[in-house]
Every structure is written in C-alpha cells, then in structure tokens.
Design a protein around this ligand. Structure first.
Ligand code: SF4
Length: 238
C-alpha cells in the first residue's frame, strides 16, 4: 500500500524529510531505502546507463534486488551502451530491466517526419523517442528515480531529493543530488563497477549517438550533448 501522504498532490505541503544521517553516500542510500519503503512496487528507475546510472543501480540493488528499471531505447544508442546493459543484466540478474521502445520505428519516423529528425527537429525527435515512452512508463507508478546531480548544469542546480514532477504527474526521487563527478567515479572504482567505455574517450555524458559527441569543455559535462543546437535537455527534466 502506497503512503498516500506523499503522493503527487500533497508532496509540496508535506514536512521535509531529513536524510542527513547517511553521510557515506551523501543521503543516497537513505533516500532509496525511504523511497522503496514508501512506494514499494510503485516506483521505477529510469536509467540512462551513464556513470551515475551505474552507481545508482548498484545502490538500488542493495535496497531492492528486484527493482524495476527502465531504459528508454531510442534505437539510436551507441553499441557500447547496449553492451554495457548486457553486462549489468549479468551482474544483477534479479533486477527487472525493461528496454522501452518508442511507438515509431526509425523508418516510420523518417516516413512521417523526414530523414534524420534529430538534426531537423531534435525536440520533436526527443518527444517521440523519449518523452512519450517515459510518459507511458509512468502512467502507473507513483514515483520515479533519476540520477540528476546539482553539479551537472544550471538547470539542475535546484534539484531536491524529492521533486514534484509536473510534466509526468509523478514524484521524481533524485538520490545523487549532492554527489560530485569525483564522488561518482570514486564509488564506481571502489566497487569495481562496469561502465560505458565511452567515458574513457571524452564522453562524460552519453545519450543517443546521433546527438552526442565528446565534451568540448570538461567544466561543462553536458557540453557534448546537442552541440550547436541550443538544446541542453531531452525534455525529461524540464
Ligand atoms: S537525443 Fe537525439 S536521437 Fe535521441 S531522441 Fe533526442 S533528438 Fe532523437
């Protein structure tokens, strides 16, 4: 039974929850324990399988070994990303990892909107291949987990552990908000986690291969995403 005191409608008025006793993971493990205890089967982790995702999966596996995890499979990810997902499935066999596809295949999308929509209209492409599929995933669960960190960008620096998500009419739980880039890598190395080898080739942030290139500025870890398009988010976190 979900704790109705913390559903989408009431989260703004609920008293703040103190997650400060867990200093080792900067609150992340404590937030996850609370989230799975509160939402039980009605929470899903939308994972992009970047390095933050790898860390979160490891933390989640300690709390909820059969957690539901969804990957938005746009059909245009790097082969290295698909290879990593297979490794993660082998390492955590009890996790339920779903590859969520958009309704339109790439050929159908090209027929309806023209070739390479990611170049001509990336917002429309993200809507079709990411936003609508996530909306479908979140039609049932009360809450979802995201690996956002405050340090990542201007648009993310006010993220809280618990966020009212107006876009998806859901509660967005962000356990890693206080983690730095160094914290993430320290945890990954300490625990010998597999990660996307593109991270070692200058890609701190990895999305679709059509819209991702090595970062042009390592002070801006997302500077390799949609470079020159005036776009910084795929629309899931706006
Ligand atoms: S990141 Fe690029 S290819 Fe992927 S859904 Fe968005 S616009 Fe399309």
């Amino acid at each position: 039974m979900v704790n109705q005191a913390l559903t989408y409608q009431t989260i703004e008025t609920h008293p703040p929850i103190d997650f400060s006793s867990d200093t080792e993971t900067k609150g992340a493990l404590e937030v996850l324990k609370w989230a799975y205890d509160t939402y039980k089967e009605e929470i899903v982790y939308a994972c992009s399988f970047g390095i933050e995702g790898i860390v979160l999966i490891d933390l989640i596996s300690k709390v909820k070994p059969d957690a539901k995890i969804v990957f938005l499979d746009t059909d245009v990810h790097f082969k290295e990303t698909y290879e990593l997902i297979e490794k993660v499935k082998n390492r955590y066999p009890t996790l339920q990892i779903e590859m969520k596809k958009p309704k339109l295949t790439l050929a159908e999308q090209a027929q309806e909107y023209g070739d390479e929509l990611w170049f001509t209209n990336p917002n429309k492409c993200c809507e079709i291949r990411k936003v609508i599929p996530l909306n479908e995933v979140l039609s049932d669960p009360v809450a979802w987990i995201s690996g956002l960190r405050r340090e990542q960008s201007e648009t993310r620096k006010h993220t809280q552990f618990l966020n009212k998500d107006n876009k998806f009419k859901s509660i967005k739980v962000c356990p890693l908000i206080h983690w730095t880039w160094k914290d993430v890598w320290r945890y990954a190395h300490k625990n010998s986690l597999d990660y996307n080898i593109l991270h070692d080739r200058g890609y701190p942030s990895i999305g679709c291969k059509t819209c991702t290139q090595p970062a042009i500025n390592m002070d801006d870890l997302r500077s390799g995403r949609w470079t020159g398009k005036g776009k910084t988010e795929c629309g899931l976190h706006l």
